[in-house]
Ligand binder design. Sequence first.
Ligand code: HEM
Ligand SMILES: CC(C)=CCC/C(C)=C/CC/C(C)=C/COP(=O)(O)OP(=O)(O)O
Length: 287
Amino acid sequence: MSNVAIKDYVLLMKPRVIWLLVLAAVAGYVFAASPRVNIAYVVELTLVGLLSTGGSAAFNMYYERDIDAQMIRTRNRPIPAGRVSPGNALIESLVLSILGFALSYLWLGTIPTIFVVLGWFLYAIVYTVFLKCRSWSNILIGGVAGNAALLTGWTVAKPLDLEAILLSMAIYLWIPAHIWSLVIRAKDDYSRTCIKMLPLEMSEDRAMIMVALLNVISNIYMLFLYILFLRNLIGLIILLITAAWSSYYSVKAMIKPSREVFWQMFKASSPVLTVFLLIGMVLSIIK
Ligand code: HEM
Ligand SMILES: CC(C)=CCC/C(C)=C/CC/C(C)=C/COP(=O)(O)OP(=O)(O)O
């Protein structure tokens, strides 16, 4: 198999995206296990996370190959570009996913595996197959898969509890601004497809105000969690700076709305969640 082909089979896993899902799962574990963190579980969660989220992403690319061909952002993906056959992509998806589920059960146990399978099913089947072209509520239901990623890690160390749910809600509340900021910026692209997204069902001005506000609400919620659970001034200041940077784009969008500022908001979304998870892990271990 040539290097090009291997690269395309890796691209089917959406590596630019799933690394943060794996970090969410590892962070869930560290939040629950601190200060007694078992590196073996961190490695196992990383491998299970890569396999299961990568398998779900490959299934999404297989199932949505016709939609991907319609959007400028996605038409050069391996299947619409003709570099990987749909059949091979489906095989990769199923092999990765089943291996991920099996290793999760062997290494992590029943409850974490339930969250892995739940996350996979919510994203690959409920969101991708049933809702994406049927209702703008697709991300409100599919977004629970984001909770599942963090809860997979948490339940390796502790039973599910209110703290776990509140922490996982940082991801759930982060998703709408994360995806809808991209939808606003790529409105013409999305409008060519069957995909339903709330910003496409309302005036652009109202969509911009809604997403700008959701972005600020998501940032405030993450700061609230730090104050509630971590109470570390340095960590709070670091998150505050990151959240302020992200919220700056919301303020900019409110003053002078433009599609470009929503691209900047989208690109700022992952760093905010990354800082929240990373600093949260460090503070959990040292507190
Ligand atoms: C229903 C839930 C979600 C939807 C619909 C969604 C949608 C998207 C889309 C359309 C992209 C652009 C992909 C591309 O063009 O390659 C993206 C990028 C990304 N997503 Fe999400 N996402 C969701 C949940 C999540 C979650 C839960 C995480 C992590 C915890 C995440 C992490 C990322 C990252 C790291 C990127 C790359 C961002 C960048 O390029 O700067 N997403 N997402
Ligand atoms: C535990 C587990 C397996 C969880 C699954 C996690 C999860 C929430 C995955 C969503 C991340 C992702 C690849 C979104 C792309 O959305 P999209 O398909 O709308 O993006 P696209 O338009 O770029 O294809």
